[in-house]
Design a protein around this ligand. Structure first.
Ligand SMILES: NC(=O)c1ccc[n+]([C@@H]2O[C@H](COP(=O)([O-])OP(=O)(O)OC[C@H]3O[C@@H](n4cnc5c(N)ncnc54)[C@H](O)[C@@H]3O)[C@@H](O)[C@H]2O)c1
Length: 438
């Protein structure tokens, strides 16, 4: 996205539907915020909860009350959990049972029965789609006649919920020295293959199911004169300021990137059939979902430089002061930005990160460089619970939500990147200054 989108025509009575549960610091908060600012009604959904015996259930009344308070709207209480790690099929125990006793050291020799992953996946898809059909029915009853409806897909995930994955993924994403594990080796194992299928199912194909399970609903809304739009959150690297120029870069190893490209393809296919669906590739921020990817936050620091460049020193002063106040005595924002820039401009990264062959696997050298930079930057803070990146994450999720909502009205392409430049330009002008001041 190079230009700010035209102002959307959404108004009171129009509806934002979240396909994916809302969490406190997640990206979707930006969309919810903007929808409410325009007077729209927000309808939420839930991933549901698993009981100790493994059964999937809706939220209980306390959980529902808490979630609805966070959302500021009604939640359709049908568990929309995607994936298949707890599906038993054809006499095979679910993945979670099969891997219960698996030892991390055996990661490369674990196997599954022929066809099991595909069968478990099909069972998970059927369960998810049936739940989605119920959700679509409930939504229909809640829509005012003539309302415009924006569906937002926010789901991403799919790491099987078995203990063996945590130490392995910690080694892939956070490991240095002896602890380092090559993401390429992991990805080529049976466990890696399981993750690949699972990420595709949860992160990408759920958008397809959403598009398909809302066909009738979509037709009814259109027949009543309302617009129907779909937006989804993607990730495919971000252009940030490196050595004073906007340059595309990416977190490595983002193995989930294959699923994110599949998500883009689904939006492109829908668009080609006349359904307006847009994937917005968003910057790296800190949320519940990105906590595993240590180092992903480094590319967020130069947003400060971008904001100062686009908004000027005066308009960005408060933000800089808030960030400076989070640093230890003797540390400065300039030093922080220099350190982040020296990582982002490292020749080790430029040798690896490449748009055409994205996503790249890690190397020991790259992992050690990234994790050392991440730790040093974190170490400049006075309190590890008050981080510059948390402040910047808020600016990003609010800005992207605003850009996405408006851009969805007349989408110009099925895939758009919301880079640091457009975010900085939004908050520099009348349409986004309040985000900096909040
Ligand atoms: N955090 C980042 O740096 C970043 C960058 C670009 C894009 N995104 C994307 O933004 C979207 C929102 O993520 P976020 O970072 O705000 O984190 P989040 O944890 O707030 O949101 C993740 C969402 O995925 C849902 N989810 C996870 N597993 C699921 C499953 N098995 N079935 C159904 N739903 C499931 C969660 O319920 C939640 O709604 C995701 O698509 C994510 O990939 C995040």
């Amino acid at each position: 996205m190079q230009e700010l989108p035209e102002i959307a025509g959404y108004k009171a009575g129009d509806v934002l539907v979240l396909a994916g549960e809302l969490f406190g610091r997640g990206y979707a908060n930006g969309l919810v915020d903007e929808a409410k600012r325009l007077g729209m009604t927000v309808i939420g959904t839930t991933v549901g909860r698993r009981d100790a015996d493994g059964s999937l259930r809706p939220l209980n009344s306390d959980e529902l009350a808490e979630s609805e308070a966070l959302l500021g709207g009604k939640i359709i209480n049908v568990p929309l959990e995607a994936g298949f790690d707890m599906e038993a099929v054809n006499g095979h125990a679910p993945v979670t049972e099969q891997l219960k006793k698996a030892r991390p050291d055996d990661w490369n020799s674990i196997t599954f029965a022929e066809g099991f992953i595909e069968q478990a996946r099909a069972a998970g898809t059927a369960r998810f789609r049936a739940a989605l059909a119920l959700v679509a029915k409930e939504i229909e009853g809640l829509l005012p006649a003539g309302a415009n409806v924006l569906f937002a897909h926010t789901m991403a995930g799919g790491i099987p919920r078995v203990r063996v994955f945590m130490p392995l993924l910690n080694r892939v994403f956070k490991g240095t020295g002896d602890k380092y594990l090559s993401s390429g080796d992991f990805w080529n194992s049976q466990l890696g293959r399981l993750c690949d299928v699972s990420f595709n199912e949860v992160t990408a194909d759920t958008l397809r199911y959403l598009l398909e399970e809302t066909v009738a609903l979509r037709e009814r809304i259109s027949a009543n004169g309302g617009r129907v739009r779909y937006v989804a959150y993607g990730y495919h690297g971000t252009e940030v300021l490196v050595n004073g120029e906007y340059r595309w870069q990416s977190y490595t190893p983002y193995v989930q990137g294959l699923a994110k490209m599949r998500l883009e393809d689904i939006a492109a296919e829908a668009t080609s059939k006349g359904v307006e669906a847009t994937v917005f590739n968003c910057p790296e921020i800190q949320t519940n979902s990105s906590a595993l990817f240590l180092g992903v936050e480094i590319s967020l620091y130069p947003l400060l430089t971008a904001i100062r460049r686009e908004a000027g020193a005066d308009a960005s002063r408060q933000l800089f002061e808030r960030c400076q106040a989070m640093l230890k005595e003797g540390e400065s924002i300039d030093k922080l930005l220099e350190r982040a820039n020296s990582y982002l401009s490292s020749p080790i990264l430029s040798a690896i990160v490449d748009y055409d062959s994205w996503p790249q696997h890690n190397t020991l050298e790259q992992a050690e460089l990234m994790l050392a930079a991440s730790a040093e930057l974190m170490g400049m803070h006075a309190d590890q619970k008050q981080l510059v990146c948390a402040e910047l994450s808020r600016v990003v999720f609010l800005s992207t939500g605003r850009l996405m909502l408006h851009a969805s009205w007349n989408p110009v392409a099925p895939v758009l990147w919301l880079n640091h430049g457009i975010i900085a330009r939004l908050v520099a002008g009348d349409r986004g200054r309040d985000i900096l001041e909040a």
